[in-house]
Design a protein around this ligand. Sequence first.
Ligand SMILES: C[S@@+](CC[C@H](N)C(=O)[O-])C[C@H]1O[C@@H](n2cnc3c(N)ncnc32)[C@H](O)[C@@H]1O
Length: 222
Amino acid sequence: MKNKLHIKSTEDNSHTIYSARFNENYHSMHGAIAESLHVFIKSGLNYCQLKSIKIFEVGFGTGLNAFLTFLESAKKNLKIDYTSIELYPVDDSLIKALNYNTIISKDHTQIFNLFHSTEWNKKAVLSENFSLTKIKYDFNLHQFNDYYDLVYFDAFSPDTQPQMWSMENFTKTYQALNKKGILTTYSSKGLVKNNLRNAGFKVYRIPGPKGKRHILRAIKEI
Ligand SMILES: C[S@@+](CC[C@H](N)C(=O)[O-])C[C@H]1O[C@@H](n2cnc3c(N)ncnc32)[C@H](O)[C@@H]1O
């Protein structure tokens, strides 16, 4: 099936993308930016105590999580080495139509565009504090060859993409985390919790953003 995508507005006025291939939106309709800030920045990045952090993201998509992480790294003087995997990159024309810069920071339009124009499968140093590696590959087949402190798990939902949330995928992710490593995700489905636990994680249900009672933070405690 063709990866037909189109932009939609969410409740906080920020855009998301609808994917016809998966019949699913990239973000919550209660607010794309609000969700991203809550699930990944507040519950993941801000929870992590390190000053130098290696992040792995499942699903680069619009680059919103990466962009917000970049801004936070500048604000808090964090050193971020950010790697993101994406199997279906979004077309440039659609990326250019997204309103994230307008809402978050017009001053950073160039950097947002840079997130998308950097070469795939190659590390790009975007600032003193931030480097980005985008991997164009299927996460289900991906073999980690590095270690991370924080994982943003942002695949489409477990109902749509059950394999992405499998125990096998969580096990390889667990093995690629440093001690005390953190995984955050927007889904708190029973199956996700069980697969995370069976992969070795200690799983915590924490309050979610608007429209979602709970999300998950999973920790590699040993
Ligand atoms: C819920 S969206 C979130 C995207 C992104 N984090 C954002 O904020 O825009 C899920 C993303 O996972 C990507 N994806 C789907 N299947 C994948 C796979 N097997 N491997 C890697 N990425 C995949 C989709 O193309 C999409 O960009």
